[in-house]
Design a binder for this molecule. Structure first.
Ligand code: SF4
Length: 401
């Protein structure tokens, strides 16, 4: 095991970033590339360390936040950990991992320097666990307290909730952060046991997600809550992942579920497993958005005999091929719910169609295009316009939403 002491904060952040590049359970899906450092300093003249921005790149992730797309510093209070999750680069006993630990004021200082140099516009803070989840959570909260209270930083903060964190810690984190997360990792207790044998699905993880929902219902806090699954390492099925996602949206008020295709990390018990496909991750996101944004239920989504989604077609089109090809939807009469079932028509397009219908009759695909509907050809096989199926060419290749 390698230890480092007395490093300058930005150098430490850069070195944690190199380790973090292996993390299988981060905020952004694996398929999302690490963004290049494309910053141009405007008002602030950077120090020599800040000019070495390339070495910090591995800690910077461009993600979608409730405040829009942002480059975030994604880092950890410590890369040391007493647990042994099988997929993780930071697991106890992995000798090739460099162990680095920040004090809260040190991490806050490093982050603020990067923020001032316009390298990052937000913080995603996680941690390994040494001395239990409560202790690790205290350090995360202390860092956020320094940023919010002592330094008056009002930008985006995402805090990870540690397994076993206490109710009051979850509550304080939600008061300080814009987003908090508990990564469930597996969709059932059994799947989690195969991924991370020391984590307790209900008592350590799910309970915290339910607390978040309760806290939000009792008081005004600034934070939304999200979770993430590691997909494809231990036989998990899409049906398991999608049906739990639906429960989390409906019963725990999550704003988003993330799916991270498993990727084997050298020198871990899973290093000989095959990586999971990015296409599977993509289809899971499409199904998840149907649940969250289109009010679909798990029963509406088609799964194969293996309980997985089809990889060759998006779930919305798969449903429409079965239900709408033989009985297309009349765009001039269908209600909002029915229009949302048509591939190529999303919530914004539905609003535009409903407004346009008050002014007249839609008769051709170009009428839909004129409303700003991006690809009316996707909708064409499943709709009628004034009683007639619009003329369209069958695609040579499967189409996507
Ligand atoms: S608790 Fe598990 S996933 Fe988190 S850092 Fe430790 S080994 Fe990795």
């Amino acid at each position: 095991m390698k230890f480092s002491i007395a490093l300058e904060p930005l150098e430490k952040i850069a070195r944690v970033g190199i380790e973090n590049g292996f993390e299988a359970a981060g905020d952004a899906p694996h398929a999302e590339p690490t963004p290049p450092s494309c910053y141009t300093p405007a008002a602030t003249r950077p120090t020599r360390q800040e000019r070495n921005a390339a070495s910090l790149d591995r800690s910077i992730y461009r993600v979608m936040t409730p405040r829009g797309p942002k480059p975030l510093l994604r880092t950890m209070m410590t890369t040391a950990c007493e647990r042994n999750c099988f997929y993780c680069a930071f697991r106890a006993g992995r000798s090739s991992t460099e162990r680095l630990t920040f004090q809260p004021d040190e991490l806050a200082e490093g982050f603020l320097r990067m923020n001032k140099a316009r390298l990052v516009d937000g913080l995603f803070l996680s941690s390994g666990i040494i001395g239990g989840g409560v202790r690790a959570q205290d350090k995360i909260i202390d860092t956020a307290e320094i940023l919010r209270k002592k330094k008056q930083y009002d930008g985006f903060i995402h805090l990870k909730i540690m397994p076993g964190a206490e109710y009051e810690q979850v509550r304080r984190a939600m008061q300080l952060a814009d987003r908090v997360s508990v990564n469930l990792e597996g969709p059932t207790q059994g799947r989690l046991a195969k991924l991370a044998p020391q984590k307790e699905f209900w008592d350590e993880l799910m309970q915290r997600l339910l607390w978040m929902h309760q806290i939000r219902s009792e008081e005004r806090v600034r934070s939304s809550s999200v979770t993430q699954f590691v997909v494809g390492a231990v036989g998990d099925t899409d049906l398991e992942l999608v049906s739990l996602s639906e429960k989390l949206y409906r019963q725990a008020g999550l704003s988003r579920v993330y799916f991270s295709s498993f990727f084997p990390i050298p020198d871990t018990p899973f290093d000989n497993l095959a990586p999971a496909s990015g296409e599977r991750q993509h289809r899971l996101y499409q199904a998840s958005f149907l649940l969250r944004d289109y009010n679909w239920e798990t029963e509406d989504i088609a799964f194969g005999a293996d309980q997985n989604l089809r990889l060759d077609v998006d779930p919305k089109q798969a449903w429409a091929d079965i239900h709408l090809r033989g009985s297309p939807v009349e765009v001039n009469r269908a209600d909002r719910h029915t229009l949302l079932r048509v591939p190529g028509i999303g919530p914004k397009s539905v609003e535009r169609i409903l407004r346009a219908r008050r002014r007249g009759t839609l008769t051709e695909l170009k009428d839909l295009r004129a409303l700003g509907i991006p690809s009316p050809k996707k909708a064409a096989p499943y709709v009628l316009l004034n009683g007639r199926q619009p003329v369209h060419q069958l695609p040579l290749f499967p189409i996507d939403i």
